[in-house]
Ligand binder design. Structure first.
Ligand code: SF4
Ligand code: SF4
Length: 349
């Protein structure tokens, strides 16, 4: 069982594409002086107990608690209190901790604490400086890369010591021309990289053409590196596709609303943090009850697709947003999958 705790709707950055900037987003208290979007300790503990009981009932052995926001490190003190509570009071299931952070507040104390408590950390860094600064802005509308640069010692210390990190890189049309250089830059961190498209942006054919060129160039670099180190290199997406191409192995990608949930600051339960954008998608509340996401559907929307035996990339949120069904992928999502598969196949097989 995985739960995202939305510790706060506040963030010290103003990323252009952030769903929390939208008016209808239910975590979007942007005012740093207003506490209305902070999760209090009681709600956090109640959420953990609520999902712990479900996980135990389902005979699961691990409860993963992912600290999310806004920027969760604005609430480092409550993170410590929650971890402390779990370590002292929960012994009928193993609690493991993770965090998704913009890395701008990642200092020595936090680094050492996270190593000591076995955290897995997903650092959101959108490529190299030029690429990152296109969209990830401070509240003065300047690029925020310099805020990460000052913490690089601690970020690399965490990555190298814990070996439990990921770099999350979101691709947008306005920085897609930096893809190759950005992936080379991020490779130096020695951490798995997960790149994903911002599907809520309008991608024109010329943007896709740029991506194809950049991706093909990067795949050549990736292949060489992979041959030298003799195993998987560091792109989660490329390795996922290579695995499914070579083994016909389709691992389920998204468990949102089944064994993964997000809990908003007020205890409302969602299939995952992205669904909090939707005003009517709450599955319930930890102080009452919740339903699981409705997956019963006789139609297999992938049946006619050439990738149906390989692709496992569907995102329930993107599906719901664009097609109204959590199981029906929008066309441009599938077009991107086809490009990824085509170039990986062409380069490696
Ligand atoms: S619905 Fe999409 S964003 Fe949410 S967990 Fe699944 S893949 Fe991730
Ligand atoms: S590319 Fe789209 S239609 Fe094809 S298998 Fe993947 S999600 Fe399904």
């Amino acid at each position: 069982m995985v739960i995202d705790l939305i510790l706060t709707g506040k963030c010290n950055l103003r990323c252009k594409y952030c769903f929390e900037n939208r008016e209808n987003c239910k975590v979007n208290s942007r005012d740093e002086h207003v506490d209305s979007s902070d999760m209090n300790y009681e709600t956090a503990i109640k959420s953990i107990e609520y999902f712990k009981n479900i996980a135990i009932k389902n005979r699961e052995s691990i409860l993963q608690i992912n600290f999310f926001g806004g920027e969760p490190l604005l609430k480092f003190n409550i993170i410590k209190d929650i971890v402390n509570y779990c370590n002292k009071n929960i012994d009928d299931i193993e609690c493991v901790f993770s965090m998704t952070t913009n890395a701008t507040l990642f200092n020595e104390e936090i680094c050492d604490y996270c190593i000591e408590n076995n955290f897995t950390i997903m650092f959101s860094i959108d490529g190299n400086k030029l690429s990152h600064n296109k969209n990830r802005l401070t509240n003065n509308s300047e690029g925020s890369f310099y805020l990460i640069e000052k913490n690089l010692n601690f970020i690399t210390k965490f990555i190298n010591t814990s070996k439990k990190s990921q770099i999350k890189y979101i691709l947008n049309p306005n920085n897609i021309n930096y893809f190759y250089e950005s992936m080379i830059y991020l490779s130096k961190f020695n951490s798995p990289i997960s790149f994903d498209f911002n599907y809520e942006e309008l991608w024109k054919q010329e943007d896709i053409n740029i991506f194809q060129k950049e991706f093909e160039k990067y795949l050549k670099f990736y292949k060489e590196k992979r041959e030298i180190i003799g195993s998987e290199f560091n792109s989660i997406e490329i390795e996922r596709i290579l695995k499914s191409l070579s083994n016909y192995e389709i691992n389920k990608y998204c468990n949102a609303g089944e064994t993964m949930f997000a809990i908003n600051f007020n205890g409302d339960i969602y299939p995952c943090s992205r669904f909090i954008l939707e005003t009517n998608e709450s599955l319930g509340n930890i102080y009452k009850n919740h339903k699981t996401i409705e997956l019963q559907n006789n139609i297999n929307y992938c049946d006619e697709c050439s990738l149906k035996n390989y692709c496992n990339a569907q995102c329930k949120f993107i599906n719901k947003l664009y097609t109204g069904s959590i199981l029906k992928p929008p066309k441009f999502f599938c077009d991107i999958q086809k490009i990824l598969f085509y170039y990986i196949y062409k380069t490696f097989i």
